[in-house]
Design a protein around this ligand. Structure first.
Ligand code: FAD
Length: 216
């Protein structure tokens, strides 16, 4: 893990989730890795995939997003905002998504990053394979997330259901779909309900987790 890209989605820089992101940045930098961060709220990243992704359209009369993504990839027609994120992603060997769980999924701003950056032609399709034949099988990906609900609610018999199942669309349908090797997530359950000391322990636990992921 020498080139780490963190895609961060929290609207508050003093949040616990943002503190986890900062621990990850410091951790990898202290190990000599280069770290780039797309702090999506800070960047005011537009999550809406639309015609504005392209400098030109191949068919202005009928907008077909994936067809335009493929065309833009072939003819270098992505706008600078999308292209800059694609270049950061191509650069990294490790992709980390840091986020609070919102409605059993990614905050919309981060889902929009996937919609726009994991474009057809660039990330899959148009001759590129998926899953084990995916274009990015040399990259590692994992999630660092916080929840509102307690850990017990996310167990097999918990009322929210198994968290790995909830994260399946992200880990399987996004990260592994484009070929990446997906590591187990780091989950900090209900940080708002913890004491300061317990939260400090969570930050230490993330350090240990990052060490173990790095050693794998
Ligand atoms: P924060 O409230 O920011 O942090 C908790 C506490 O940690 C704060 O007091 C903060 O001051 C303190 N803190 C910050 N930095 C540090 C530090 N360095 N050391 C010690 N303490 C620190 N939850 C679910 O479980 N499932 C859902 O589906 C879900 N859907 C949601 C949908 C929406 C739209 C929203 C807004 C919330 C949802 N939630 C859900 C809740 C959400 O996941 C949690 O509120 C969030 O993950 C908690 O993390 P946080 O970083 O925002 O916590």
């Amino acid at each position: 893990m020498k080139k780490v890209l963190i895609i961060h989605a929290h609207p508050e820089k003093q949040s616990f989730c943002s503190a986890l992101k900062d621990v990850a940045i410091n951790h990898f930098q202290s190990k000599g890795a280069e770290v780039k961060v797309s702090d999506l709220y800070k960047m005011r990243f537009n999550p809406v995939g639309d015609k504005h992704d392209f400098l030109e359209l191949s068919n202005p009369d009928f907008f077909k997003y994936q067809a335009e993504q493929t065309n833009a990839f072939q003819k270098d027609l992505f706008t600078p905002e999308v292209k800059a994120e694609m270049e950061k992603f191509l650069w990294c060997d490790t992709l980390i998504f840091t986020f609070p769980l919102w409605w059993f999924g990614l905050p919309a701003i981060q889902k929009g990053w996937i919609d726009r950056v994991f474009a057809m032609g660039f990330a899959y399709g148009a001759g590129k394979g998926v899953y084990d034949n995916g274009a990015f099988k040399d990259k590692i990906a994992f999630s660092v997330l916080t929840t509102g609900g307690p850990e017990i609610a996310y167990g097999d018999s918990g009322k929210n259901g198994n968290l790995e199942t909830i994260l399946y669309p992200i880990h399987h349908g996004m990260f592994y779909f484009v070929g990446m090797q997906v590591k187990k997530p780091f989950v900090s359950f209900s940080p708002a309900r913890l004491s300061d000391e317990e939260r400090k322990n969570e930050l230490d636990r993330l350090e240990d987790y990052l060490d173990s992921v790095g050693e794998e």
